[in-house]
Design a protein around this ligand. Structure first.
Ligand SMILES: Cc1ncc(COP(=O)(O)O)c(C=O)c1O
Length: 479
């Protein structure tokens, strides 16, 4: 079997950090099993030790030691320079039967690729620029302790309100008025566990009790989880094209029951929906009767641009606004909100009560204190400054190829299609993890490049990563 340097294999590996078996042994067992069962084939090239260590969130020694062991056993060859290849061997009958007398430890027959956590990647020195995470390392610890002590005093309830705690709803109404110019009262607010939870409830609300599911428009490219959530509620997903400014109302079909959109900072292209388009979108919704679901997730972070009004404020009767503290405070907190007018709100509350879905009372109580004492505002002010500095670093190093950088925590780095995979691989070689646009695309990506999140890397890490990316882009685009 000839060596195939172009056949880079992605070995299925599950590492269990709580197991007593050392990580090196777990890795060599998993690779041995993959080779013996034919998941990895003769001639295929394994990732470099650096790259695999980055992907798994382990130190490079773990990978080099595992590879060493497999060279010694004759499973691998070619260690001198040209890459690491699977040698020829007879695949053994029956899944999970190792050729080696050493039985696999810590891996099962159905071993799957396990993504390491962001914390594990950080510990292994990887700079993680995948989008979707905020910076959670500079919280005011004293404020958090105070909030949780307060939560401990929250009395148990045998009848929690599906809308959430009245005090928190009043504080959120006040917060939305000040930060988003949205004038609502507590009766317009339902406290969710985040945007995903909110969208799920809206998806359940629009779903008919019988017959075929509804048609739900989702931006394309767009937030993959929105597609998943609405599809799980039985909706037929209708991809709605976006351009650099955001969703295009004139391209929306008339038979949608709802359309999900991210007007504050389109995910992932980063456009901010201009006011005329906002108005045309709402006119379309009034004409067709569709509900517009406004995911307001990045609205708090803007750089050098004036705020745009929330869609909700322009036509409350047609819009359900979804907000979250996942980006501004902590995704682990599990707090977000739905804003809706009474009719829609009643339907959502009914659905929620029927699903026995709720947001933890103590978590709401802690959040209420953070809002009441101004801790959230202070955190937001600090983070705005920090994110603006990180965004400036990216613009300085990668400027001409970037778009969508006037808001939020991510940018789009456009690339020719053929350069995307080589740039990602070259970055991984140097310990920088980036993601392409495929997860945001409904079908084959229409937009090519990298979605770079700068929430979870500090400025030192980001500066190094920018250098790595700039070199990789130059090498693979010839610029
Ligand atoms: C487009 C978009 N909306 C919302 C969220 C936050 O979702 P949740 O509140 O469910 O954590 C994210 C997080 O990455 C996002 O990218």
């Amino acid at each position: 079997m000839p060596r195939r340097p172009d056949r880079l294999a992605e070995p299925p590996v599950r590492l269990d950090r709580s197991a007593s078996t050392p990580l090196t042994a777990q890795l060599s067992d998993a690779l041995r099993e993959a080779m013996s069962t034919g998941t990895l084939r003769a001639g295929e090239r394994l990732p470099s030790s650096r790259s695999l260590a980055t992907q798994l969130g382990v130190s490079r020694t773990v990978v080099t030691d595992a590879y060493q062991q497999l060279y010694a056993e004759g499973w691998l060859d070619g260690r001198h320079g040209s890459g690491t290849f699977v040698t020829e061997h007879e695949p053994l009958p029956g899944s999970g039967t190792p050729r080696d007398p050493v039985a696999p430890r810590g891996t099962g027959a159905g071993a799957v690729w396990e993504r390491p956590s962001r914390a594990q990647l950080r510990r292994s020195g990887t700079v993680d620029l995948r989008p979707g995470a905020p910076w959670v390392h500079d919280h005011d610890r004293a404020a958090l302790r105070r909030a949780w002590r307060h939560a401990a005093e929250h009395p148990p309830s045998d009848d929690p309100d599906p809308r959430g705690l009245p005090r928190l709803r009043a504080l959120l109404a006040e917060h939305l008025r000040r930060t988003r110019g949205v004038r609502v009262g507590p009766e317009n607010i339902l406290v969710t566990r985040g945007t995903g939870n909110g969208l799920d409830l809206v998806g359940a609300m629009v779903r008919p009790t019988a017959g075929p599911g509804v048609r739900a428009g989702v931006e394309d490219p767009g937030y993959g989880k929105a597609r998943t959530i609405l599809a799980a509620r039985g909706a037929e997903i209708v991809p709605c094209p976006v351009d650099g400014d955001g969703i295009r109302p004139e391209d929306l079909p008339d038979d949608l029951s709802l359309v999900y959109t991210t007007p504050a900072h389109q995910y992932p292209l980063g456009g901010r929906l201009p006011l005329p388009r906002r108005e045309r979108l709402l006119a379309w919704a009034r004409r067709t009767g569709a509900v517009v679901v406004e995911d307001d997730y990045d609205a708090e972070f803007r750089y050098d641009v004036a705020p745009l009004p929330a869609l909700y404020g322009l036509d409350p009767g047609r819009v359900v606004l979804l907000g979250t503290l996942s980006k501004t405070l902590d995704p682990d907190l599990g707090i977000g909100w739905i804003v809706a007018e009474p009719d829609l709100m009643h339907r959502i509350v009914d659905i929620r009560a029927g699903l026995s879905d709720r947001t933890s009372g103590p978590v709401q109580a802690a959040t209420a204190l953070l809002l009441e004492r101004g801790d959230l505002d202070r955190h937001l002010r600090r983070m705005r400054l920090e994110y603006a500095r990180r965004r400036a670093l990216l613009v300085e190093h990668l400027g001409p190829r970037l778009s969508g950088d006037t808001a939020g925590l991510h940018v789009l780095l456009s690339l020719p299609e053929a350069a995307v995979a080589p740039v990602i691989a070259a970055a991984a070689e140097e310990g920088v993890l980036v993601e392409d646009t495929s997860r945001t695309s409904h079908g084959a990506p229409r937009v090519h490049g990298l979605v770079i999140g700068y929430g979870s890397a500090d400025r030192t890490e980001l500066r190094r990563a920018c250098g790595v990316l700039a070199r990789a882009v130059q090498r693979h685009t010839g610029e």
